[in-house]
Design a binder for this molecule. Structure first.
Ligand code: AMP
Ligand code: ZN
Length: 501
């Protein structure tokens, strides 16, 4: 079966092909840098990272651009309030964003364009639109006229009636509601606050948000456009609809975008994140020990968060958590889910160590594959590997791919404990996990065994204490927790020991 993705444009699962065989070009919308990014934003970047790693695993050369929107209404407003230039104001958040990406081990992309570096291309594009009769100027600003483009609404399947009703409206702001199907600004005259502006044929001003992405795609990738345009579901309308309209109208010969992929949102404990609800987490809130400690003290997070930070396992737990939900379903973030994510990773690590101990296998292939995924043709684990790849080929089905890994692990683990596991199967599993690691980046190198046994020993001591205090509910809960980590407890008259399940 070929690689297939659900294309937001058609709502259909389509066979994936790139314009140039063996090369995939991707553009995903990056942050607007007026604030620190929250863990919902990182779902979007993690999705793009998984997509990239998967396509590389599948043998593609990836050329990816993720922009930084460093000029928009909020940036201008906040920089004026803080009496800073746009550059000074955004520098803090750009640096923080890049540090956060590094922390999450999101792979560097080939292009990281900043909107303010592409103003010339945006002006060129607006001029093209003007020359083809798609714009009008009013009071120093330039607007895209929806009625000049009959294909408008094609990405979001907007009813023609709604378009007709909307035909005479205009919209100034960068942010607007789903219902606001109106002409949008391509070039905006400066506000009254003496804000920074750029010269243009229409007078001083600055570009609208939507034109930024269209122009950057054109500048970086040229007429061939991109094979995949990705972003969060909230960008589907109006941002991506408007990008599409601008690009099709300015350059009718362009390919622009072939596959539109959108990730669903992240929720916290089933609710939309908001500051007022007290469930709003930037990545820094979780990863910086001082901030995390504050959350723990306020009982907004469990103490376990600090353990994850201290053992260097927070990033991988988040990565696993993001990967364990399909990108097109809502992701429910809870600290329990985070804990379970870490336990799943530890379970794989513990089993790999067991294989190492039993068979003297080197774990190098796990952390440094020396064969390509296409050359790997397991004999014993043939079906597991084929199912794993097929799940991913099917619209990046990471939850099913993870389930296949654990089914395989469980089976091999039983065989090992029954003395029936072959060296060949063990070796194939470590190579399999090497590719799994390339895709997910969640496994820790074997030196970390120390940390695992420390966690386990600590939990065993806690269980012992609970039993002495006759708190059997707690002691059972600890046993279950260890079981979820793939650890079985063995109570002996000399005390409790443990083994991997
Ligand atoms: P923004 O900085 O608001 O433009 O958002 C940056 C990226 O994060 C975009 O791709 C958004 O669609 C995405 N995004 C925003 N909020 C969430 C959320 N709660 N869950 C997942 N993605 C989100
Ligand atoms: Zn964009």
């Amino acid at each position: 079966m070929p690689i297939r993705f659900i294309n937001s444009k058609t709502g259909q699962k389509e066979a994936f092909e790139t314009i140039e065989p063996g090369v995939v070009r991707i553009y995903n919308c990056g942050p607007t840098v007026y604030n620190y990014n929250h863990i919902g934003n990182f779902r979007a970047y993690m999705f793009a990272d998984l997509l990239r790693r998967y396509l590389k695993l599948r043998g593609f050369r990836v050329e990816q651009a993720t922009n930084i929107t460093d000029v928009d209404d909020k940036i201008i407003k906040n920089s004026i309030e803080k009496k800073l230039s746009i550059q000074q104001f955004t520098a803090t958040y750009i640096r923080a964003f890049l540090e956060d990406l590094d922390f999450l081990e999101i792979e560097p992309v080939e292009y990281r364009p900043r909107a303010t570096e592409y103003i010339e291309s945006m002006i060129t594009m607006i001029r093209e639109l003007e020359a083809r009769g798609h714009t009008y100027t009013m009071d120093g600003s330039v607007y895209f006229s929806l009625k000049t483009f009959p294909g408008y609404g094609g990405l979001n399947h907007i009813e023609p009636e709604k378009l007709r009703q909307a035909a005479d409206g205009r919209f100034e702001a960068d942010e607007y509601e789903k219902e606001d199907v109106r002409d949008f600004a391509l070039w905006k005259k400066p506000g009254a606050g003496g804000e920074h502006s750029w010269d243009s044929p229409w007078g001083p001003g600055r570009p609208g948000w939507h034109i930024e992405c269209s122009a950057m795609i054109r500048s970086i990738f040229g007429e061939q456009g991109v094979d995949i345009h990705a972003g969060g579901i909230d960008l589907l309308f109006p941002h991506h609809e408007n990008e599409l309209a601008q690009s099709c109208c300015a350059y009718p010969e362009d390919h622009f975008v072939r596959f539109w992929l959108h990730n669903e949102h992240l929720l916290v404990a089933g609710k939309k994140m908001s500051k007022s609800a007290g469930n709003f987490y930037t990545l820094r809130d979780l990863r910086e020990e001082d901030r995390a400690r504050e959350l723990v003290e306020k009982k907004a997070a469990p103490g376990f968060l600090l353990e994850l930070i201290q053992s260097g396992k927070l990033a991988r737990s988040l990565r696993y958590l993001y990967s364990s939900f399909h990108y097109r379903t809502k992701l429910n973030f809870t600290f329990d889910n985070l804990k379970a994510a870490n336990a799943s990773c530890e379970r794989i690590e513990a089993f790999l160590l067991e294989l190492k101990e039993h068979f003297g296998l080197t774990l190098d292939p796990v952390f440094q594959n020396d064969v390509s995924a296409r050359q790997f043709s397991p004999v014993v684990l043939k079906k597991d590997w084929a199912d794993f790849l097929d799940s991913l080929d099917d619209d990046l089905g990471t939850p099913r791919a993870l389930a296949i890994v654990f089914e395989c692990l469980g089976r091999l683990s039983r065989e090992l404990h029954q003395g029936q596991l072959s060296l060949e199967a063990a070796r194939e599993f470590t190579i399999f996990m090497g590719f799994f690691q390339e895709l997910t980046g969640v496994l820790k190198a074997p030196e970390q065994k120390q940390a695992l046994s420390q966690t386990v020993e600590k939990l065993i001591a806690e269980r012992e204490a609970a039993r002495r205090a006759r708190d059997f509910a707690r002691s059972d809960a600890i046993r279950d927790e260890l079981q979820a980590m793939g650890i079985a407890l063995i109570d002996t008259p000399q005390g409790t020991t443990w083994k991997n399940l």
